[in-house]
Design a binder for this molecule. Sequence first.
Ligand SMILES: Nc1ncnc2c1ncn2[C@@H]1O[C@H](COP(=O)(O)OP(=O)(O)O)[C@@H](O)[C@H]1O
Ligand SMILES: [Mg+2]
Length: 385
Amino acid sequence: MIDRKEIIEIVEGYDTDNIKIGAVASHSALDVFDGAVEEDFRTLAISQAGRQDTYTKYFKAQRDPSGKVIRGIVDEDVVYGKFNEILLPENQKKLVDENVLFIPNRSLTSYCSIDNVENDFAVPLVGSRNMLRSEERGMERDYYWILEKAGLPFPERIDSPEDIDELVMVKLPHAVKKLERGFFTAATYKEYLEKSQALLSQGVITAEALENARIERYIIGPVFNFDMFYSPIETEMSKLEILGIDWRFETSLDGHVRLPAPQQMTLAEHQLTPEYTVCGHNSATLRESLLEEVFRLSEKYVEASKKYYDPGVIGPFCLQTCIDKDLNFHIYDVAPRVGGGTNVHMSVGHPYGNTLWRKPMSTGRRVAFEIRRAIESGKLDQIVT
Ligand SMILES: Nc1ncnc2c1ncn2[C@@H]1O[C@H](COP(=O)(O)OP(=O)(O)O)[C@@H](O)[C@H]1O
Ligand SMILES: [Mg+2]
C-alpha cells in the first residue's frame, strides 16, 4: 500500500489555485466531471481508445475567455490504448505535475487492478485507497467481513449447495463477459444442479468460478442503493449525509419481469435464466420512517471502516440493500467509493443532497464541494490517500 504520507507530500506540493479533477472516463465519470465544473474546477478524463467519444467529443467542455463553462464538462482528455497505461510512471508524473486529484471509481480498480492502485498509482486519490479492495467478494477482509464486524445485517451465507433449503442467490462472475455477473437463483439443491449444469454447458459460467461462488439467501424485496457521503473535515454539523437513492436496470432480468408468467415458461433454454448486467439506473426515495435506520446502518459502517481500515471511509460510499417484507434491511454489497448509479442525479442533484445543501447536490458535486472546502480550510491532507 502506498504510504499515505507520500500522497500527502505530493498534495502539499500542489498549486491549490489550479487543481484539476481527474477520473477514469467510465462508470460515474460524467457525474464526477459535472460536479467538478459546478465547483469551478477543471477536469481531466482518462479514456481508452475506442470508447472515448462520450468524453472527448460529446461532453467536451467549451469555456468563454473568462474561463466560464458554457457547454460540456470535460476540459482535457488523454486517450490511451488501454486504461492501465495510466500506471506508467511518466503518465502518473503528468497527473501530478498538473495538480490532479483523482476520483476513484469502479473502472479504475477493474481496469488497472487493485494491486496496482494500492501499490503503484502514486497519484492522490480523494477517498480511501485501502478500502477499495473490500468490494472484491471472496477476499479475506471483504465487505461482508466488515459488515459482520460492524454487526450489520447481510444475507446469510449458505456454506454448501447441498444445504440450499429456500431461495438463494449464487454469486459468481460471468465466464465470457469480463467484469459482468454470472449470477443465478435456485430454491433447492436439485435446481442448483440443473441450472449450474445448463449455465456451464452454455459457457456462461466456469466450474472454477462455481466452486468459489458465494451462495446466500435471496432477499425478496425492492432494491435501494444508498448513496451516502462521509466528510472527515466537517466540524459543526453531521459528518454523515445521505445524498440519494438509486436502483439499477439489469439485463436480462428486467426483460423477464415484463413478461407474463406463461410466456416466461416458454422461453428457450438459453433464455430461461436471467442475467444481472447493469445497463441503467433509476432514482428512488425511501419511506421516511425508514431513513433513521439507514443513518444508523451507515454510521456503524463508517465506524467499523475507521476501526479496521484506518483512516476509514472518506467521501462517497454506497450501501446496496434489499428490504424484506418486515421492513428489515439486508446489505448485499458495499461500494467504498462513488457508487455506480449516481449519474441518475447528475446535474439535477440527489433529492436528499439538494434538501440538505439547499442547492443541486449530486454525488459528483458533493465530492468536488468537499475538495473545495478542504482547500479553503487547509485540510486537503484529510481527504486524500
Ligand atoms: N441476497 C440477495 N438477494 C436478492 N437479490 C440480491 C442479493 N444479492 C444481490 N442481489 C441482486 O443482485 C444484483 C447485484 O448484486 P451485487 O452483490 O451488488 O453484485 P456486484 O458485486 O456485481 O455489484 C442486484 O440487482 C441485487 O438486487
Ligand atoms: Mg453491486
